[in-house]
Design a protein. Sequence first.
Length: 257
Amino acid sequence: MNKNVIRSITGIAVLFCLLWLIGLGWAVGEYYAGKPEKVPEVKTVSKVENKKGLTIVALGDSLTRGTGDETGKGYVGVLVDEIKKKTSRPVQLTNLGINGQRSDSLRKQVQETEVGRQIQKADMVLVTIGGNDLFRGGQVLMDFEKADIANIEKKYLDNLTYVFEKIRKNNPNANVFFIGLYNPFINLDQGKEMSKVVRHWNYDSAEVSASFPKIVFVPTFDLFELKVNDYLYSDKFHPNSKGYRLIAERVASLLTW
């Protein structure tokens, strides 16, 4: 083979080899000199458990106290038990109910500084009032014809309005549940007439409740209407443990979680 040809072939081979080495060097240089690939930032969200307690304040009469309940809980105590089943939040209850209390007395009670302080802290306020205004321990049945029920109701609604105003002034955000009246005398001679009065009072009370934000009227009349004696204590006025449970379950059904 001609020496010139061999030299040409050798030269071309050397040239290609140089080009390959240059290309390899450039590629390696680019790899190490370039910006490193950005590692995706991992975002972690810590689950913070809400340990804030649920504060309940109960106001009113003997129904708030649970009079007649053999277990001693009343509807307030049963309701607290139901709430504890559905939330891990600690529940604190302050029961300010007074046996025999009427609306004029409750009106005075909510003006007390300590009561106002308790209401301010509440997440939920429970109220039962009106039964003693209307029934007066059964006396209303004895002088049903003479009783000025319309005038009694007017004073009652005025007191109820004031109580709600005071609650809202102390605490604009708490959910307030106002428990309506039932008729414990439905099976007596004037039971039907009394039922008309109770329904009328409930309607007017519900209207007062509806005029305030986050105050809910809770009806109970229907719970006792068909089997009233099954749900009354031996005094035939206050609910027994079954009756209180009915009321508690009615309130619990209105709660949202």
